[in-house]
Design a binder for this molecule. Structure first.
Ligand code: CU
Length: 164
């Protein structure tokens, strides 16, 4: 019973930091998803991690959101309409790391008004699911006798990330 509780505590201790870092970003903040807004300037000082969300907010019908590739982003090639997000409050979960491109497909908003967003998504620190069982194993063994100091837990997480 006592050891179960300790194990629970160690699991909670490891997962809370990772979950607490997941962030919802309102694209464009108060301006939302619109024309004549510098989305690269908006994204410049932000670090996006796997698990974060982008929320595109706009008056329904005035804009929409397409996830596109780098070429379509550059040329403002608009995909078929049925691929658009168009609710006016569209949430995109950043499930994978790498470069992501989003454009508005209404009229010439992308080509003439720069309604386009490019971001790079990073691996979350200690997030990779494959590393989880080994991390639990490590913390389990140590936690039963005495809590592993925080900086050592971080080292374990760090090693797991490096060996991915
Ligand atoms: Cu638009």
């Amino acid at each position: 019973m006592a050891s179960n509780k300790l194990l629970m505590l160690s699991v909670v201790a490891i997962f809370i930091p990772a979950m607490a870092m997941a962030t919802d970003y309102i694209v464009g903040d108060d301006s939302g998803w619109t024309i004549n807004f510098d989305y690269q300037a908006w994204a410049k000082d932000k670090v996006f991690y796997v698990g974060d969300k982008l929320v595109f907010q706009y008056p329904k019908g005035y804009h929409n959101v397409f996830k596109v590739n780098g070429t379509a982003f550059k040329n403002c090639d608009i995909p078929p309409t049925n691929q658009a997000l168009s609710s006016g409050n569209d949430t995109v979960v950043l499930n994978t790391p790498g470069r992501k491109w989003y454009i508005c497909g209404v009229s010439n908003h992308c080509s003439a008004y720069a309604q386009k967003l490019f971001i790079t998504v990073q691996y979350q620190y200690g997030w990779a699911p494959a590393a989880t069982p080994q991390i639990l194993q490590v913390s389990h063994g140590h936690q039963l006798l005495h809590p592993l100091p925080l900086h050592l837990q971080h080292q374990h997480l760090h090693l797991q990330c490096q060996t991915q």
